[in-house]
Design a protein around this ligand. Structure first.
Ligand SMILES: [Zn+2]
Length: 313
């Protein structure tokens, strides 16, 4: 099969990852440059345009052979128009990003949210390979989610499908950023884990600001307060995953984010709790696995996004 090339663009608040990726998933060249969102989206797009051409040069591929670019970023997006309605972390609002990048790159551009492209990346090349129905959940500042069905992102009516962080799992729970109470995000994000640990009197062994990694390490050493907080977080995460799994009946759930580095300390009790919470036939059919691609999932999924769109034209 003839290999096509695409540019993947993963826009974070601090850095942008860029990669020229072949349609078999091989990365020919990649790099990370400062996002510098304060310069505005026009200057940002011009920088990406120049950088991407330099990367093609470095990889000795003709710019003409790159078929398009895919973008993953946090924010409220109009995927159809490639429009950024609001990206809080970049302070961008009402930006025609796909058009700007299209002129800077002279290629078709597709835009989607970071959780969706990361899910697509994991299904394409990572822990969710060959899954028919995949849910990918990312535990970070919040709890993000993406659904991939038949190899394609499932977006729903207003590109909000997969917002697993905001399913309500605990009655009268803590107030969430979204205005509701008891959202999964207030119980199972890395941020929530640290907040609950601090409230339970857990202290950083180094004397600095407590991190999620430290909470897991303390729990593994048998610290009772850290343990209780970790157990609680895993319980609520399992409840949230079970709610979604009972609707989606996925063959795989991929868990991503820094907490996955805790390995079996997270995954084993999570699997056990998920078995208890989900319907038996749902749990039996579902692999619950840690993500494989780490912070490369976004840039790979972004490349895949445009490759599959162009293949289907
Ligand atoms: Zn919420």
């Amino acid at each position: 099969m003839e290999q096509k090339l695409a540019l993947g663009i993963d826009i974070g608040g601090t850095n942008v990852k860029l990669a020229i990726v072949r349609s078999d998933g091989r990365v020919l060249v990649d790099r990370s440059i400062p996002t510098a969102p304060e310069r505005g989206p026009e200057a940002f797009s011009r920088t990406v345009g120049a950088e991407a051409r330099a990367m093609a040069n470095e990889a000795s591929v003709a710019w003409d052979s790159v078929v398009g670019a895919g973008v993953g970023m946090a924010g409220f997006l109009d995927v159809e128009r490639g429009w950024v309605e609001e990206a809080v972390n970049l302070h961008w609002r009402d930006v025609p990003l796909a058009d700007l990048l299209q002129s800077a790159l002279d290629k078709p551009v597709r835009v989607d949210n970071d959780a969706n492209v990361a899910a697509l990346g994991e299904v394409w090349l990572g822990a969710g390979q060959n899954a028919h129905t995949a849910l990918c959940v990312t535990l970070g500042t919040g709890v993000g989610g993406g659904i991939v069905i038949g190899g394609r992102i499932h977006r729903g009516a207003s590109t909000m499908a997969g917002e697993i962080g905001h399913i309500m799992v605990k009655n009268d729970g803590e107030l969430c950023n979204c205005g509701h109470r008891g959202c999964l995000e207030t119980l199972a994000s890395a941020t929530a884990l640290v907040r609950h640990a601090v409230a339970a009197g857990v202290k950083s062994p180094g004397g600095g600001e407590l991190t999620a990694k430290e909470v897991f390490a303390l729990a593994a050493e048998g610290d009772p307060a850290a343990r209780a907080v970790v157990d609680d977080m895993i319980h609520w995460l399992a409840v949230g995953l079970a709610v979604v799994a009972n609707i989606l009946n996925p063959d795989v759930i991929v868990v991503a984010g820094g907490l996955v580095n805790a390995g079996d300390q997270l995954m084993e009790p999570l699997r056990a709790a998920f078995q208890r919470e989900a319907l038996a036939r749902v749990a039996r059919a579902c692999r619950l696995v840690p993500a494989k691609l780490g912070d490369q999932a976004g840039v790979l999924g972004a490349a895949r996004l445009v490759l599959q769109d162009i293949e289907s034209l």
